[in-house]
Write a protein that binds this ligand. Structure first.
Ligand code: KIV
Length: 275
């Protein structure tokens, strides 16, 4: 059955945990979907793990639409949420609604995600009123990396924790159906989760959020440029891939691949006539 924002609402009401992983292409989305995930996030982390940028700032609307549509083709049941890239919503409410609309029309998203609290509430309200579900994203929001001065845990002081709680309440009031909490102390995430009616999805925010999200390359050990403390590697697929690539190179060099069973046949007399 297709999962929707109603699945998120019901899960919070019933106390059932929500599961989300990122994906950026058709085949991976299909595998994750078939495993039974609730939601697939086409994160702007694609800037790091797919495009090899140092941060997410250079990711474009075209990137998100291209990868969003591929994931949507692979996800039969999971709710596909597509990130709004840097500067696609910050400058004006008009930009935000037009670009969120493109992510649904061209990127086939079921919902969009954007970073920020009170300052982007007018955008969240307008996008929601246009019939587009919005997931908010608070805490260590990677698009604000220059303002934070690096990848630092957020909400540790009393003032910062208070501001995060206020932001969470504001994005809920503006119409967000859920909020991602990234890189904040677990006890603060627990408090926010208890105070909100909408579900919280944690990444580096402890186990008491209503759900969890991870970047799939991180949880499969496929991305080693930077491994945050909150990542658990559920498998070491990176090593398995490298081993298979090495075996392929060796077999091609040795002439043992392709073997007889990998080749197509033709009658010998046809070939002989061509010599
Ligand atoms: O871009 C992304 O993958 C994200 C998750 C890390 C929450 O925003």
């Amino acid at each position: 059955m297709k999962k929707t924002v109603m699945t998120f609402k019901q899960a919070k009401e019933e106390g059932r945990k929500l599961t989300m992983l990122t994906a950026y292409d058709y085949s991976t989305a299909k595998l994750i979907d078939e495993a039974g995930i609730d939601s697939i996030l086409v994160g702007d982390s694609l800037g790091n793990v797919i495009l090899g940028y140092e941060d997410t700032l250079s990711v474009t609307m075209e990137d998100m639409i291209h990868h969003g549509a591929a994931v949507a083709r692979g996800a039969k049941e999971a709710l596909v949420i597509v990130d709004m890239p840097f500067m696609s919503y910050q400058a004006s409410v008009y930009d935000a609604v037009v670009n969120a609309g493109r992510l649904l029309k061209e990127g086939r998203a079921g919902a969009v995600k954007l970073e920020g609290g009170a300052s982007v509430c007018p955008q969240i309200k307008a996008i929601t009123e246009a019939g587009i579900p919005v997931m908010a994203h608070l805490g260590l929001t990677p698009q604000s990396i220059n303002a934070f001065g690096g990848f630092k845990v957020q909400g540790k002081s009393e003032a910062a924790a208070k501001k995060l709680l206020e932001d969470a309440l504001r994005v809920q009031e503006a119409g967000a159906f859920s909020v991602t909490l990234e890189g904040i102390p677990a006890k603060l995430a627990t408090l926010i989760t208890e105070k909100l009616e909408i579900p919280t999805i944690g990444i580096g925010a402890g186990k008491n959020c209503d759900g969890q999200v991870l970047v799939y390359q991180d949880m499969l050990g496929m991305f080693s440029d930077y491994v945050p403390k909150f990542v658990k590697q559920f498998a070491n697929v990176g090593d398995v891939m490298k081993e298979a690539f090495r075996a392929y190179i060796e077999e091609v060099n040795a002439g043992t691949f392709p073997a007889e069973e990998h080749t197509y046949k033709i009658d010998d007399d046809i070939i002989e006539k061509l010599y």
